[in-house]
Ligand binder design. Structure first.
Ligand SMILES: Nc1ncnc2c1ncn2[C@@H]1O[C@H](COP(=O)(O)OP(=O)(O)OP(=O)(O)O)[C@@H](O)[C@H]1O
Length: 297
């Protein structure tokens, strides 16, 4: 008898748009394990909330099939609605940073089976202004690259799309004059951009934030000051290759609270969270410890 219930929410537009072809496989494995699957297909961006309207005590988990944007949107909704259910992420997007960080694989069937192993872990989540995030909050050149990359190009070229867009954006880099307030100090200066990590990975790269841990109660801030572009690009190469970085223009610190104000703002500037457009500056970024249960490998 199917006496346990789970909710599956899928984004048909994520990644190569192929998750719909795995629905039968998903039902096969979950039903065999005794779960009734309640399925919601998102019809347009922003309608995931509709899927959670009938969540009651009979549900044991919420599983989202999509990329980092979909996972992040689900997390935001679960937190805001106070739904204390474990979140499973089937990596059906382009970068899938967070799902891979949790040990899911691009092989959808393996990921389904990994969720059914029911390993659940409590993780920290970030909140920037009124929006929760899972993985990373970024500003500056990095978010210009993410926003400037067209969805179609992302879907066709995957990670390569970001590099191509990055090259296109280089001549347009406009430094940001930032005030970064954390628990113990205030830093002011001209920056190209910053990352506030909750986990270690971003943009398809592994281990950028070496010291970051998803349950240490701390963010890892990596901020890039303006400086000699050659030195910075060699530091960036080291960073993306997972090596240690030694460069006066890079700031790395850990904290559970950050306020980032853009002092030279001429128009509304937004950050980027988990690969999608996030709130506008100034940003108040708080860490909420052990706030979300997630499925891990
Ligand atoms: N039915 C839909 N049609 C079009 N877009 C949708 C639909 N449902 C959700 N979306 C939007 O799709 C966008 C991209 O989704 P998502 O981030 O999950 O995939 P991705 O960009 O391919 O992967 P990643 O973020 O891992 O690189 C999100 O902004 C989301 O709001």
């Amino acid at each position: 008898m199917l006496n346990k219930k789970i909710k599956l929410i899928y984004n048909p537009a994520a990644g190569d748009k192929s998750f719909n072809s795995y629905l039968d496989l998903f039902l096969k494995h979950f039903q065999a394990a005794g779960y009734k699957v309640d399925i919601f297909r998102s019809m347009e961006p922003g309608d995931f909330g509709e899927a959670l309207k009938d969540i009651d005590n009979n549900f044991e988990a919420v599983i989202v099939a999509g990329g980092d944007g979909s996972a992040s949107e689900m997390l935001d909704l679960l937190q805001k609605k106070g739904i204390d259910l474990p979140l499973g992420i089937i990596p059906a997007g382009t970068a899938n940073d967070f799902a891979s960080f949790l040990g899911m694989t691009q092989n959808i069937e393996k990921s389904i089976k990994r969720i059914l192993d029911w390993n659940i872990r409590e993780i920290d989540v970030g909140k920037v202004n009124d929006r929760y995030f899972l993985n990373v909050c970024v500003g500056g050149i990095i978010s210009q690259i993410a926003h400037g990359t067209e969805t179609d190009m992302k879907n066709r070229l995957g990670k390569a799309a970001y590099y191509l867009q990055g090259l296109k954006e280089l001549p347009n880099i406009k430094p940001m004059n930032l005030k970064i307030e954390c628990s113990e100090k205030v830093i002011e200066g001209d920056f190209l951009g910053f990352f506030v990590f909750n986990s270690k990975d971003a943009g398809g790269f592994k281990n950028i934030a070496k010291l970051a841990s998803i349950d240490d109660g701390l963010f890892d801030l990596l901020a890039v000051k303006t400086g000699n572009i050659l030195k910075l690009s060699s530091a960036a190469a080291d960073l993306f290759n997972g090596k240690d970085i030694k460069n006066d223009n890079l700031i790395y610190l850990q904290d559970n609270y950050l306020k980032i104000t853009m002092l030279n703002k001429t128009k509304e500037e937004h950050c980027d969270i988990d690969g999608e457009k996030g709130p506008a500056f100034p940003l108040e970024i708080k860490l909420i410890p052990s706030a979300q249960k997630v499925f891990t490998a």
